[in-house]
Write a protein that binds this ligand. Structure first.
Ligand code: PLP
Length: 362
């Protein structure tokens, strides 16, 4: 049997709705920042329990523009998790600020207990990532941020609709940043992203920044970018949003099967944080013999992935930040041991059971 992430399955679940929406947009004669985008912004803000949403072109832009709109730039420091996808760090670096890395906890998110030691008089914000779909320790993180007057920027790219203490991620901090890259739990059919916030000024500034820094045509008040959402992506996202609860329920069912079925002392299963919900963007296990496990599974037709093999502080492009191997040992160990098992909408019980069987055989 071949098991590999299949995005066409989630398309096929609601294909007729997507085709109707595509036709509606194509026939409308309006293709960027129109009614579909403003409707999606309203619907997403409402779904997330936030006052405002600004739709953008990617998750990276959401992070960059959040940093810019908060007035953070050259000479400022932003605390970031060492264990994350590079875009988190890029959102800080591209705005001229300096990322200050903090090691992860056992749930792969930034270790709240290590944040205070990283704060200096240049620190302006903590950028939290709810990695793999489970919330970081938002209660403690927000307390620390409040005590030190720091902004909290949440990178929610992997955790749409995840909660901490019954409150949705993205609404804990000053601003929540989302990616709707096709593989994400709420994925479009191309690039797109958004921010949510309760701060009207911040939302308006980001809406201005996304359109060349202009809110009145040809009057450019801010130094902006082009990060506008396409109408067709907004129309697709509006449909997917109505099915998101069901899509997450499916992911939870697959994760439960893995958690209950995998029984192999060589495999470390994901830990679940008290007070947090997990939306299982990724099902990440750890194994000391990861390379051997990977080729064993690939030989069985099971395609697995590594999220992520090289931590940002060791990436070539960030050599200028001056970090060395060994500086963040927990992050570096995770990078050597983590492995993401197939988990996608439309995955059949037979496929899940086959993966379980092969892992237990390893
Ligand atoms: C944690 C995290 N942050 C940011 C991003 C960037 O999102 P995008 O690919 O839409 O720019 C991603 C996804 O790729 C991500 O996983």
């Amino acid at each position: 049997m071949k098991v590999s992430d299949r995005l066409d399955r989630q398309y096929n679940m609601y294909a007729d709705e997507y085709l109707d929406a595509a036709k509606r947009v194509l026939e409308s004669g309006w293709y960027i920042l129109g009614n579909e985008v403003s409707s999606f912004e309203k619907e997403y803000a409402q779904y997330m329990g936030s006052k405002y949403c600004a739709a953008l072109n990617s998750g990276l832009d959401a992070l960059r523009l959040a940093v810019r709109a908060l007035g953070i730039g050259k000479g400022d420091e932003v605390i970031v998790p060492a264990n994350t996808f590079i875009a988190t760090v890029m959102g800080v670096v591209e705005e001229g600020a300096t990322p200050v890395f903090v090691e992860p906890d056992e749930y792969y998110c930034i270790d709240a207990g290590k944040i205070e030691a990283a704060i200096t008089d240049k620190t302006k914000a903590v950028m939290v990532v709810h990695l793999y779909g489970q919330s970081a320790d938002m209660g403690r993180i927000c307390e620390i941020a409040k005590k030190h007057s720091l902004f909290v920027i949440e990178d929610c790219a992997q955790a749409h609709n995840s909660e901490f203490s019954g409150k949705k991620i993205g609404t804990w901090g000053d601003i929540g940043c989302f990616s709707f890259y096709p593989t994400k739990n709420l994925g479009a059919f191309g690039d797109s992203g958004a921010v949510i916030t309760d701060n009207e000024d911040l939302a308006n500034r980001i809406k201005t920044l996304r359109n060349y820094g202009s809110s009145i045509k040809y009057h450019n008040d801010l130094c902006g970018v082009n990060s506008r959402m396409d109408e067709i992506q907004a129309a697709f996202l509006r449909i997917k949003l109505t099915h998101l609860d069901e899509l997450i329920a499916q992911r939870r069912k697959i994760a439960k099967m893995y958690l209950e079925g995998i029984d192999n002392s060589k495999i470390i299963l994901p830990s679940l944080r008290d007070n947090a919900t997990h939306v299982w963007h990724l099902f990440v296990v750890r194994c000391e013999e990861r390379e051997r496990l990977m080729s064993f599974l690939e030989d069985k037709g099971i395609h697995v992935q590594i999220h992520y093999p090289i931590p940002p502080h060791l990436q070539k492009c960030y050599e200028f930040l001056g970090h060395k191997e060994g500086e963040f040992p927990i992050t570096e160990k995770y990078a050597k041991n983590v492995l993401s098992l197939p988990l996608f909408n439309g995955m059949t019980d037979e496929e899940v059971n086959y993966v379980i069987e092969c892992i237990n055989e390893f």
